[in-house]
Design a protein around this ligand. Structure first.
Ligand code: NI
Length: 138
């Protein structure tokens, strides 16, 4: 682990109050840890912008009675089989399915996979979360 360095930050009182209120709601016990996480989030965004090797999660909600949708979704996922680490299917109710796809690979390719799945006709909702392989984070 690298050396801990202290530094001073100057900012408007109102902004600091808003920051403290925000991090309190997020259950941080101190500003340092909240600031570390903000920095790490920006570094993860940078990895994604620079098309690095990353991880990410895609979620999809759809009605499984729409057969064409399922075939399309499977075709697309098989095109990206090397980027998909796992796939969990949850039956929400009689009609609706919730799928969680854990991905790993170049960020642009994972984004392409997400866009292809999201744009399938009749998908009710598609969600996306950027993550990292953690190699470049402290
Ligand atoms: Ni289902």
């Amino acid at each position: 682990m690298s050396k801990l360095v202290r530094f001073g930050v100057s900012l408007e009182e109102d902004l600091l109050m808003k920051f403290d209120s925000l991090i309190r709601r997020q259950k941080y016990t101190n500003r340092s840890e909240a600031l570390r996480d903000l920095i790490r989030n920006e570094l993860v965004k940078k990895e994604w912008m620079e098309n690095k090797e990353v991880t990410g999660v895609i979620t999809i909600v759809y009605d499984h009675h729409v057969r064409e949708l399922i075939n399309k979704m499977l075709d697309i996922q098989h095109d990206y089989y090397s980027h998909i680490l796992s796939n969990q299917h949850i039956h929400i109710d009689h009609h609706n399915c919730f799928e969680i796809i854990v991905t790993k690979g170049k960020s642009k390719e994972i984004e392409d996979l997400y866009r292809k799945l999201k744009s399938i006709k009749s998908v009710k909702h598609a969600g996306f979360m950027m993550a990292t392989q953690g190699k470049d984070l402290v």
